[in-house]
Design a binder for this molecule. Structure first.
Ligand code: DX5
Ligand code: ZN
Length: 216
């Protein structure tokens, strides 16, 4: 099943409730938490995530681009947050953190920057509900999709199928109606899109267009 998760990074932060309503037909909302250390950009933290959880009925997908998720990630496993994604490059013990997140009732997801290989994740695939393959360098919206990440998706999907496990495979960065089918063909099923949704006059229509691109 294909899922479309608009990222509010490109939304209007002063009119966020309105912009959340505009993506009501999406399958989830992607929240990019950045700390200006792990990535060279700063967004928002837990108070914003808590407040968004109060006003939206969409499942929330938190993408933590922060140092030391081992200390901070569990705080995000609140009511309304469906999955918490931390970066492989930032964590000391990905398996331990994933287990703690699941114990708190959140889906556990691990993200890979473009330069990070899949090998370590492949070894522990059962520990994660979702793997996020970044298709840009994390930190900013509006960058170009990196098709050279597709073999990572193919490997992850292949191993998940071998193991017979249900694994969500998310892509984030440069997803448009043109690039989405490329990632879908490689095995992705959760598509994050920021500028392709909120960089246009009608985010509801853009959300619909992405869904059509996934299942023409
Ligand atoms: C970038 C963020 C993305 C961002 C994607 O580091 O993780 O979620 O919003 O933006 P687009 O879709 O514009 O590439
Ligand atoms: Zn993201």
């Amino acid at each position: 099943m294909v899922r479309i998760h608009p990222s509010i990074l490109s939304a209007d932060f002063v009119n966020l409730e309105r912009d959340l309503e505009r993506i009501a037909s999406a399958d989830g909302v992607h929240l990019d938490v950045m700390d200006a250390h792990f990535v060279p950009n700063l967004t928002f933290g837990l108070p914003m995530v808590q407040r968004i959880a109060e006003v939206t009925s969409l499942p929330i997908d938190v993408h933590l681009m922060i140092d030391d998720p081992d200390t901070w990630a569990l705080q995000y496993a609140i009511d309304g947050v469906d999955s918490v994604t931390f970066h492989a490059e930032a964590t000391r013990d990905a398996v331990a953190l994933a287990r703690e997140l699941r114990a708190r009732g959140a889906r556990a997801a691990i993200a890979l920057k473009p330069g990070t290989a899949v090998d370590d994740v492949l070894e522990h695939l059962r520990e994660f509900d979702m793997v996020l393959v970044m298709t840009v360098e994390p930190g900013f919206g509006g960058q170009s999709f990196m098709p050279e990440m597709m073999p990572k998706l193919q490997e992850l999907r292949g191993r998940a199928d071998e193991l017979g496990i249900e694994l969500a495979l998310q892509v984030d960065g440069g997803i448009t109606a043109d690039t989405l089918p490329i990632a879908a063909a490689a095995g992705a099923d959760v598509f994050v899109a920021g500028s392709a949704v909120y960089g246009h006059a009608d985010p509801a229509e853009r959300t619909h267009a992405l869904r059509l691109a996934a299942a023409p």
